[in-house]
Design a binder for this molecule. Sequence first.
Ligand SMILES: Cc1cc2nc3c(=O)[nH]c(=O)nc-3n(C[C@H](O)[C@H](O)[C@H](O)COP(=O)(O)OP(=O)(O)OC[C@H]3O[C@@H](n4cnc5c(N)ncnc54)[C@H](O)[C@@H]3O)c2cc1C
Length: 416
Amino acid sequence: MRYSGFRVLKEALTGHKGWKPAWRDPAPKPHYDIVVIGGGGHGLATAYYLAKVFGKANVAVLEKGWIGGGNVGRNTTIVRSNYLLDGNEPFYEFSMKLWEGLEQDFNFNAMISQRGVLNLCHTDAQRDAFRRRGNAMRLNGVDAELLDTEGVRRMAPFLNFESARFPIKGGLLQPRGGTVRHDAVAWGYARGADERGVDILQNCEVTGFRIENGVCKGVETTRGFIGAGTVGVAVAGSSGRVMAKAGMRLPIESHVLQAFVSEGLKPLLPGVITYGAGHFYVSQSDKGGLVFGGDIDGYNSYAQRGNLPVVEDVCEGGMSLMPMIGRAKLLRMWGGIMDMSMDGSPIIDRTDVEGLYFNGGWCYGGFKATPASGWAFAHLLATGTSHETATAYRFDRFRKGLMIDEKGVGAQPNLH
Ligand SMILES: Cc1cc2nc3c(=O)[nH]c(=O)nc-3n(C[C@H](O)[C@H](O)[C@H](O)COP(=O)(O)OP(=O)(O)OC[C@H]3O[C@@H](n4cnc5c(N)ncnc54)[C@H](O)[C@@H]3O)c2cc1C
């Protein structure tokens, strides 16, 4: 079924009796050419591009819960491609270009809103770093504008400009950045993959790998053994736990990250704003809620819930940046499990087990990467070679010292 304005009108006039389930609920087959573990954004996008771009339809996505129940439905919905390093920038810009055509491509309203992402700076040194990053973006053909204090004031007059400790000195703006409705991304990819023959198997947890003579033959699941020619793992915060079942220890730690939504307010924020003197980022949803977040909780955990000290820290960041946020009531908050890599950049690579591939280490930033990650992982699973924008995302960069450390902070997951 194709979705369109005409279809909405027709269904409205005929009692909404014509809508069909957006994807099937098939029984697992005994064998697939390719099995993707993880029904988050990355796993579903991988399946979608495998079917659509690489012509692979005998594919299953195995999800232990329900699709969209992981980080893809828990993030603060920010998309951008404002990176400094060559290993990252072409990949995230590839993703941004895919976002820009995604709704037409998968025929689903994902509410892609390019309202701009503004990173604020509060010191001269920080402005220099932003100038460098903006120039690197422009060298890669990406939009970037350096704003002075007055430029920021014109966009967001409600910010605390005169703070004695952290005056706003300007900001780096990526006008094409913005927000995307996160759960719609999971649903759109799921529907598009299902339409092309992919089986989406929910409530199907992978409990082990069948590996014979160094070759992965399939996976043990709560719905029985499923054979596979190729297995791709895209389980985000569960990466360490799942890959341990194949005998691997990853350069990844799992941490909790929380997100917050205030009560609905009149339209206020022009786009996404990030605070440069603390860790605080905020946007406003179409319903009017301020959607914001900050640092990870700072201890390893697989629990999808956070703790109060970080709530206090995040709210203090918000108060310091825009004091009037203190009058808004907090409506909801939740946590997700982050797969924090040691250099803050992801991994999309083969493993030492033949036929077993890995996608993970997305840290705070994997939502914006969803389309490119899916495409690049599908490329790797279908062709056995890395996509041109993802050649740096290899396991062996940690052994060779070829880190892609965007912030230059070293092997400190909590600082990336
Ligand atoms: C609070 C928060 C805010 C964030 N904000 C942003 C942001 O603004 N912008 C941005 O770019 N990124 C953001 N991120 C990061 C981003 O959401 C993640 O990096 C990204 O969603 C991870 O990829 P995914 O969608 O595939 O993960 P998930 O949706 O977590 O998918 C992984 C899936 O694997 C499944 N799984 C796990 N183990 C198994 C198993 N054994 N068998 C079968 N299935 C299994 C899980 O149930 C899950 O559904 C944020 C994350 C959080 C938590």
